[in-house]
Ligand binder design. Sequence first.
Ligand SMILES: Nc1ncnc2c1ncn2[C@@H]1O[C@H](COP(=O)(O)OP(=O)(O)OP(=O)(O)O)[C@@H](O)[C@H]1O
Ligand SMILES: [Mg+2]
Length: 605
Amino acid sequence: MKKIALSTKPRRVKAAFIWPFAIVLTFILASFVATAYFLEVRVRDRALADRVAAVGKLVDQKLSKDTNLMQAVLRTMMGNPTIEAAFARHDRDALLGEVGPLFETLRTDHRITHLYFNGSDLVNVLRLHSPGQFGDLINRSTTIQARDQGKPVHGLELGPLGTLTLRLVVPWRRPAGILGYLEIGEEIGYLVDEIRDSLSVDLFVMVDKDFILPQQWQQGLTLFNRQGNWDRFGTRVLVAQTTAEVPAALNDSMLGRLSKGGSEVFKDGSRQLHLAMLPLNDASGRRIGDLVVMRDITNLQQTFLTSIMAVVLLSLLAGTGVLGLFYFSLDRVERDYRRQHDLEHQLLRLGTEHQRILQIEKLSALGTMVGEIAHQLNNPLVGVVNLAQLAVREADDPQRTRELLKEIHRAGADCHAFIQSMLRFSKVSSFESKPTPMAQVIEETVLMFRQTERRQITVETRLPEPSVVLTVDPILIRHALFNLLTNAAQACADDSASTIVIGLDPHVNPDSGAPGWMLSVTDHGQGIAADILGKIFLPFFTTRSDGTGLGLPVVQHVALVHGGYVSASSPQEGGTKFAIWLPTVNKFASENQSDQQHAAQNSGR
Ligand SMILES: Nc1ncnc2c1ncn2[C@@H]1O[C@H](COP(=O)(O)OP(=O)(O)OP(=O)(O)O)[C@@H](O)[C@H]1O
Ligand SMILES: [Mg+2]
């Protein structure tokens, strides 16, 4: 038997799996938390970027809306012949009288702060917002561009006091030539407050120090009642803001980084602030400063922190749960594994034990067999030796010597008969099966039996029609049936006219469910006592003085080699029934046949 090698100690499944699993789980959770963090940061940066873009868009929208309004105002004025005539005459009083009330309405209702009538030579004819000041040359970039391009020009311009003004300059043409230029403008300081209110961001308008003088800037502060520090930043100066205080952390290096397009997050006291920057270009396309957009993200950061904490906590809980579940599953697996391991050990032990017992049984059967053979041979041989001694001693008496020699001959004949039956027993070990009509085998055996049996015993056969053909070894079947018939005859009383019945009936194997046939021999003899019934198939078991006890072992052997079995039953009222079950499809026979064919082919080569 092949030995299965088993380790003495079962493997520790839990220890082998739990640590790698815990490490993998920690890594997954850490990655999950890190991903959540980076996603939140991206969402926050994207929100600010969107806000900054919205600020830029809103500024453009407001400026374009105001420009449209200003354009409509100027067109209306240019369509008025009275105003045209007064402008052509450079009649300031007439112009003031005609346009003054309109300008007042524009100033109060639409924040228009400037309205100029400039001559074709760009010399100012009338300032509606400051009528006492005129006759100076207006050479601002918007006016120059309008003259050079001969079409309306608008854009932002930085005033001398550091104020940003939206200006629109429209050339006034007549068929005879250019009449002059109308210029209208508004200071856009209001814009930052409106944007703060609509987008909830704070704005700082910063102007490059190259475009403004400190004295002018100071005048602007005084005029608009604002506070500021010229030296607060190196190259920029603050000209408008929506908050009272400038964050302390906002310095030149941060502005430098912001101007490269990035964004900054920093703490200002208890607040968390997020900054980004938009360039400010004037009408001629120069970058005159920057618009710093600041968003208070304290609440957002708080929510962000809370959600990250929640994610970490949930991840930890989930991780612990999964780890716990895995631990318990592994624990169960380990326990099952241990149980199976123990079971395998026990089975292996039992298997070895079983092998040992089989070996012992074989040896003891061999011992019994040898003892029986010795016993069977010893009795006649002892007789031969004793009788021979007696014959020597009584050699003078020829009559006695002849008798003794006859005895010696009988004892020798007994030995010979025993050895013959031993040889018959050994012959049944060869097995050659072929499709055999069972009726024919039975008839032949009965014929043979009748020739050997001197008494008048009726043998009745009850066979199925048509005859059954089974793949069997006919010699072995004949041998077995003959033994059963002999036993049945020996069990019948000498004086009675007994009947032995041979039957062949279909029968399904109760264990395997395989179909087959039951070959039975029933007699009405003495029967078999219950205590003997269990021993009758043991070799050398016999109740007869001249029996060898090898008849039924042969029958059993024949049944087994055909893949069948033999059974014996003896009812209390007497008589015995022996039955050999033979399968319809003989597996052993087909294997045996293929072996034989193989052997024949081999020997034929
Ligand atoms: N039909 C039967 N009726 C009663 N007892 C039987 C019958 N067949 C067998 N036995 C019992 O079973 C024993 C064993 O039978 P088995 O055929 O093996 O040996 P045997 O007949 O004693 O000797 P032999 O070797 O000559 O056949 C018999 O001695 C007998 O006691
Ligand atoms: Mg017998």
